[in-house]
Design a protein around this ligand. Sequence first.
Ligand SMILES: *[C@@H]1O[C@H](CO)[C@@H](O)[C@H](O)[C@H]1NC(C)=O
Ligand SMILES: *[C@@H]1O[C@H](CO)[C@@H](O)[C@H](O)[C@H]1NC(C)=O
Ligand SMILES: *[C@@H]1O[C@H](CO)[C@@H](O)[C@H](O)[C@H]1NC(C)=O
Length: 352
Amino acid sequence: MRPVIIAACLLLLAPITDSWWASGSAVILDPRMVCKKNRRPRGRLAQICRNETGLLREISRGVTLGATECAHQFRHRRWNCTTQRRSMRKILMRDTRETGFVNAITAAGVTYAITRACTAGALLECSCEKGAPKSRRGKALTVPTPPVTTQSDRWQWGGCSDNVRFGLQKSREFMDSRYRKRSDIKTLIKLHNHNAGRLAIKSNMRIECKCHGLSGSCTLRTCWWRMPAFREVGDRLRDKFEGAAKVISNNDGDNFMPESTNIKQPGKKDIVYSEQSPDFCVPNAKTGSLGTEGRQCNVSSAGTEGCDQLCCRRGFTQTTVREPENCNCHFKWCCEVICETCFVKREIQTCL
Ligand SMILES: *[C@@H]1O[C@H](CO)[C@@H](O)[C@H](O)[C@H]1NC(C)=O
Ligand SMILES: *[C@@H]1O[C@H](CO)[C@@H](O)[C@H](O)[C@H]1NC(C)=O
Ligand SMILES: *[C@@H]1O[C@H](CO)[C@@H](O)[C@H](O)[C@H]1NC(C)=O
């Protein structure tokens, strides 16, 4: 993806109206737009925008990281988190659980990419953290001890810890600062979901260690903080999507509460939303649904990728494809494996 080129095309196709700008989709569709559209960004956002070089590049990477993970998590579903911009723009203008997931995974992606760049030494503004992890005010944190091994229980902080504090802070400044003064329910939900995304990283940091000692004797271990793999972040947020809570504005209008009284107040790590999702069965320009016609389904699965569910009970067609495969392989002295190419038949089901 080339965000800059796509943004240029988008400008030609669709004039940027205030409504989709206000929806905040600009960050996800093209981070650089945030700086361009806010002619005179103020405060922290201004610092990020003026220093176009490193941080904005990492923010763009983070957005792409989030989008790629979203497409992976939803590949077997009616709504597959397609990167088709017109559809995504509509999704982001609403406030469904899909909107919530995209906002959360984007905030997580931005945090992740910036933190990773700090550790790699790719940003001038930050570096990895040395020594014991510290809280925001510089106090030492009480942290869990590394996993016990039979080899050694002596360990110390060392090496290069992921500087997740910096990534969290920049993600907040870039994605949230424009909304801080608003308190309508959609804004509250957006900020909540951004935070839920970041927490999927922050609360799943782990400790990695390396052994020191003569010939692997491991008399001492040095340990450092590492972010979870981004796939793990995606998995956790996907769980939160499944259990997302529908909320409404409270009586004072300054917070939200569960729509249903027998549901407990959603926690900080939960994804929330206020609008029912469409069923995504048929194309609908208003909701951003692309429909599922032509999608490949799995006739033997009872899950979301099963033909019943994916094709919305419209039925499917079956075609036989011949796929090349290695066969009759044998070992040739020395040292080669030689195979023939066979064609195997496979049935493919496609939604009507
Ligand atoms: C841009 O980043 C550099 C390197 O970290 C920093 O020294 C400088 O103050 C920043 N400039 C602005 C305007 O924020
Ligand atoms: C996602 O869905 C769209 C619309 O149905 C389809 O065109 C696209 O091929 C799908 N992507 C994947 C990876 O299945
Ligand atoms: C279809 O679903 C079944 C059951 O879940 C699974 O074992 C199989 O690998 C799936 N086939 C494909 C092509 O994904």
